[in-house]
Ligand binder design. Structure first.
Ligand SMILES: CC(C)(COP(=O)(O)OP(=O)(O)OC[C@H]1O[C@@H](n2cnc3c(N)ncnc32)[C@H](O)[C@@H]1OP(=O)(O)O)[C@@H](O)C(=O)NCCC(=O)NCCS
Length: 293
């Protein structure tokens, strides 16, 4: 790495860095998604390296930590790892990631890697455990809606949503879930006679409405939540919908493709310090976004 880059300090980011983060994302061809950066920089911790010539940020990444549940070790999700194109392949990504690994101590880590990030993460000890497929397009609701009861979430549902999320994710994400009512356009729940069996949110980006998290007892419940959230968007119904589905949920992936969504990207799910993610993957259909795990 050139000496000038190897000595640049790594600092913690604040909400004041939001626009610079969006600029850096745009520099790498990603959407600006300032709304998402706002969530990440408050629910998580951003790390960045300032450009030596004062051109905003040269590198950035965000780590979101979750508490342990049921005697587990907790977990932290790493995301939005970006190095400005003009500084690419000069060691900045490795330096920032090594710093974040050190800051995380022994906490188990997870991330969703693009093909560009994966070689670096492998070198740093991450292992592949699965993948997600991002699908995007105009969703066409089926003529017969799945026969699962759904409704908009009420304020009183939040503790039950947190309990379900903790059970399915295997970690305590209260600080993230508590932000969902303000972050999302809609938050919906599915229930049966025994209580809550799923929940999902839809939130806005400049490109599309994003569905996630999507937690559901089974495929039918996941489908019902998608249908009800899209229907609830009303006048925005014509906007594209995006979601990032765990590739093990083949039936749901096939179904959303039958209803208008198209493959847009793939990521590899990787972990560090644990053999696999905690929780119950069969009920974990889509993350809130790829950066939060
Ligand atoms: C992925 C990214 C953060 C890497 O940052 P970087 O500063 O360019 O990476 P480094 O110079 O530290 O390189 C570290 C290693 O990563 C791998 N790597 C980096 N860029 C790569 C590329 N374009 N293709 C293949 N491997 C690559 C190499 O193994 C490299 O080591 P080497 O140069 O000794 O062979 C950067 O390319 C980027 O911002 N990409 C676009 C956004 C993205 O996909 N982010 C990852 C999200 S998971």
């Amino acid at each position: 790495m050139p000496t000038s880059l190897s000595v640049l300090p790594i600092r913690r980011l604040t909400l004041g860095d939001l626009i610079s983060c969006a600029d850096l994302a745009e520099d790498r061809g990603w959407a600006r998604e300032e709304h998402r950066w706002g969530l990440l920089l408050t629910a998580g911790t951003g790390y960045g390296i300032d450009d030596p010539e004062g051109k905003g940020l040269a590198a950035v990444c965000v780590i979101t930590s979750y508490g342990s549940s049921g005697g587990g070790q907790g977990l932290a999700a790493i995301g939005m790892m970006l190095v400005a194109g003009r500084h690419a392949r000069q060691g900045l990504g490795r330096r920032l990631m090594t710093h974040v690994l050190r800051e995380a101590g022994g906490t188990p880590l997870m991330l969703h890697a693009t093909e560009y990030g994966r070689p670096l993460y492998r070198q740093l000890g991450f292992t592949d455990i699965g993948g997600t497929e991002t699908v995007l397009g105009r969703f066409r609701s089926p003529e017969t809606a799945p026969s699962v009861t759904t409704r908009p979430a009420a304020a009183g549902d939040l503790p039950t949503i947190v309990r379900l999320d903790t059970e399915v994710l295997g970690v305590d994400r209260t600080h993230l879930i508590a932000r969902l009512p303000a972050f999302a356009d809609r938050l919906g729940v599915a229930e049966d006679s025994a209580g809550l069996i799923g929940y999902a949110a839809v939130w806005p980006t400049p490109e599309a409405h994003v569905i996630g998290p999507l937690v559901a007892g089974d495929e039918e419940t996941a489908k019902a939540l998608i249908c009800s959230l899209v229907a609830s968007l009303g006048p925005d119904l014509d906007r594209p919908v995006r979601t990032m589905i765990d590739i093990r949920h083949e039936e749901l992936l096939a179904w959303v493709k039958e209803h208008g969504l198209e493959p847009a990207a793939r990521t590899t799910t990787m972990v560090h310090g644990i053999p696999d993610l905690p929780g119950d993957w069969t009920r974990r259909f889509a993350p809130l976004n790829l950066a939060t795990g």
